[in-house]
Write a protein that binds this ligand. Structure first.
Ligand code: CO
Length: 285
């Protein structure tokens, strides 16, 4: 018999200021990260007010992690110091494996109504891959499979697979699932996922009951699950949309300062020293 997962912790996103003055909501970050291994942080930057986001995230380094940006509305203009440029538009995903290092900027701009929004997840890299060459997977909306189950549940597969259908993001160390799931009203849905993987749901619209609890949860609530094989979701009179994210824990020490996450303080110190003296970016043939 499969073991149903239960709710381990529930978090509400908290208003935070980031970058050059972007107002966003943080579902979890530095203090909660030990509970979320291999994930480090989840930011929700949905807003209808350009003053919240136009200041953006000017030039900053990353090393030792992956940043995963999933856009629902508007755009983020991205550029890095190796000359890699692009726009992450509504429905698209940028899965950036920073590895040994990128120095980049991420500048949001809204749609014609000033609406902008999406999510940035940080995933940790194992020690063995922290100094690998940087890698981008840029996925436009049309490349994200959208499957419809018989009960009306719709799943957008960014990473991972549902049955035979596989998401476009591949070769990620922590073997993650990143799914955008919509459950219509009045449905009970049971989702199977890898045992032993850390898993959480982040609600982005509507309401739903998780794991047979009585209380429905709504937008901007994060539900961290205990271990098991399945997650049960029930909707009442309104639909529910949530991100379901899971990955294999790394169980490695974390040395984290700002946008750089290594295993030891010495590695962290070296990263900032290299950033200061201009040797942060590594050359790869
Ligand atoms: Co960044």
């Amino acid at each position: 018999m499969p073991t149903p997962r239960t709710i381990s912790r529930v978090f509400n996103s908290i208003p935070t200021m980031e970058g050059a003055g972007v107002r966003l909501k943080r579902a979890f970050g530095f203090n909660e990260a030990p509970l979320f291994d291999p994930f480090l942080l989840l930011d929700d930057f949905r807003s209808n007010n350009p003053a919240d986001y136009l200041k953006g995230f000017p030039w900053h380094p990353h090393r030792g992690i992956e940043t995963i940006t999933y856009m629902l509305d508007g755009n983020v203009k991205h550029g890095d110091s190796m000359g890699h440029n692009g726009v992450i538009s509504s429905g698209a995903v940028q899965w950036m494996t920073a590895g040994s290092g990128v120095i980049h900027q991420e500048m949001p701009f809204g749609d014609q109504h000033g609406k902008m929004g999406g999510f940035q997840l940080w995933a940790n890299l194992p020690a063995s891959q922290k100094m690998n060459p940087p890698r981008y997977q840029e996925i436009t909306e049309d490349r994200i499979p959208k499957i419809h189950l018989e009960n009306g549940v719709e799943i957008h597969i960014i990473c991972g697979n549902i049955g035979q259908t596989k998401g476009p993001v591949n070769d990620i160390a922590i073997d993650p699932d990143y799914l955008d799931i919509t459950v219509p009203p009045g449905i009970s849905y049971t989702h199977t996922l890898a045992k032993g993987h850390t898993a959480f749901a982040y609600i982005i619209a509507g309401k739903g009951v998780f794991c047979g609890q009585n209380e429905p949860y709504a937008n901007e609530t994060l539900i961290l699950f205990g271990d098991g094989d399945t997650i049960a979701v029930t909707t009442e009179d309104e639909p529910l949309r949530f991100l379901l994210i899971s990955g294999r824990p790394l169980n490695e020490p974390i040395a984290w300062q700002g946008p750089i996450v290594m295993n030891t303080q010495a590695e962290l110190y070296m990263a900032f020293e290299e950033y200061q003296d201009g040797t942060f970016l590594k050359q790869y043939k």
